[in-house]
Design a binder for this molecule. Sequence first.
Ligand code: AMP
Ligand code: ZN
Length: 131
Amino acid sequence: MCIFCDIIDHKIPSRVVYENDDVLAILDISQVTYGHTIVMPKKHFRNILEADDKSVSECIKAARIVSGMAVNNCHAKGVNVLNNCGETAGQTVDHLHFHVIPRYGRNDSIHISFNPSEKQDLDAVLAMLKG
Ligand code: AMP
Ligand code: ZN
């Protein structure tokens, strides 16, 4: 059982922001910021690593459309497009989705900061990443 599949199948109500044959974008039930939207493929995949290319690219295209809606219609000053992949990354619903989080200023209710970790040997990092 998957809550997002149930939403796609209209078994659970949602507020549809955008929809086409491949994707559904709905208002997130807990609005981190005004207009916070979830974009998901209509096909079930657990996460971005398991999804097919078309579903990922259609989600990103839809996320761009929704981002434009937030900026043009809600007067957001910027947007974060975010995917949580895996429990460690904060994924709570195991159906691939992207958060579109409109941003209104420093005092809005999301804070993303990139704090450098200990200094890394970038050549070693690169070699490890490339396998
Ligand atoms: P994540 O933590 O990345 O897996 O995000 C899951 C998101 O789905 C959360 O932001 C929830 O608020 C949202 N969510 C869960 N159930 C619903 C629902 N029935 N309708 C809309 N959004 C939901
Ligand atoms: Zn699903």
